[in-house]
Design a protein around this ligand. Structure first.
Ligand code: AP5
Ligand code: MG
Length: 215
């Protein structure tokens, strides 16, 4: 399944929880890129300048990254893609790679919320290097500034500054929103109200998936 939606709408939060509850793999391309940056790999160095201005990393880089990740996971488990595809080119490449394995995108959940809420969520976000995401307003860690699971210090993402967030929202509208129509035409899109508590959104997401996406 694919999680689609604006920056800050809750893709990472829901992807992680759904992955754990369904025993599916959660693949966040943003997290993969941030890990590459921490490790200082060639990919990380290349991605940095795009991410810091809120732009998309070029399609050929992202498609290669996801192809390798899916190949490493094998085809036994369900996969939740979070943050990929983000362009029509990426969506077509994904369809091609899944088709070769006899698989397909079963469901695309579009998480929706208004911009004011997105900006509040993003400003309160604190991220653990483990991938777990907290929020000082809505979902704080037990001890301020420290990950409950790993004890690592929580960070404020560099691309969460107000100027970069505006750029990311604009890129989403221009380049990623056309995917809504793309998946609507394929009959796999489910709209999910992202403006609820984390548990409410999860319940709605599971209901949207129930019919078609369980393996
Ligand atoms: P990425 O990391 O994917 O960023 P994004 O799409 O901007 O989304 P976010 O991670 O900001 O938000 P989210 O929807 O995951 O929300 P979250 O769950 O954290 O990408 C970063 C960059 O990498 C891109 O800008 C681009 O440069 C590059 N990139 C990545 N993929 C790419 C691709 N395919 N192609 C090209 N470039 C790519 O929630 C936000 C906050 O709200 C958290 O604090 C959370 O605790 C809180 N929260 C969540 N849900 C709720 C709720 N229901 N109630 C209250 N609080 C909530
Ligand atoms: Mg995320």
């Amino acid at each position: 399944m694919v999680l689609l939606g604006s920056p800050g709408v809750g893709k990472g939060t829901q992807g992680m929880r759904l992955g754990a509850s369904l025993d599916w793999a959660h693949v966040s391309t943003g997290d993969l890129l941030r890990a590459a940056r921490r490790e200082g790999t060639e990919l990380g160095v290349r991605a940095k300048r795009f991410m810091d201005r809120g732009d998309l990393v070029p399609d050929e880089v992202m498609i290669g990254l996801v192809r390798d990740r899916l190949a490493a996971l094998g085809s036994k488990r369900g996969v939740i893609l979070d943050g990929f595809p983000r362009t029509v080119g990426q969506a077509e490449a994904l369809e091609g790679m899944l088709e070769r394995e006899g698989r397909s995108v079963a469901r695309v959940a579009l998480l929706e919320a208004d911009d004011q809420l997105l900006v509040r969520r993003i400003s309160g976000r604190r991220s653990s290097p483990s991938g777990r995401v907290y929020n000082i307003h809505y979902d704080p860690p037990r001890r301020e500034g420290v990950c409950d699971d790993t004890g690592e210090p929580l960070i404020h993402r560099p691309d969460d500054s107000p100027g970069t967030v505006r750029a990311r929202l604009a890129v989403y509208r221009e380049t990623t929103e056309p995917l809504i129509g793309h998946y609507e035409r394929r009959g796999v899109l489910a709209r999910v109200n992202g403006d609820g508590t984390i548990d409410e959104v999860q319940t709605e997401l599971l209901a949207a998936l129930e019919a078609e996406a369980r393996p």
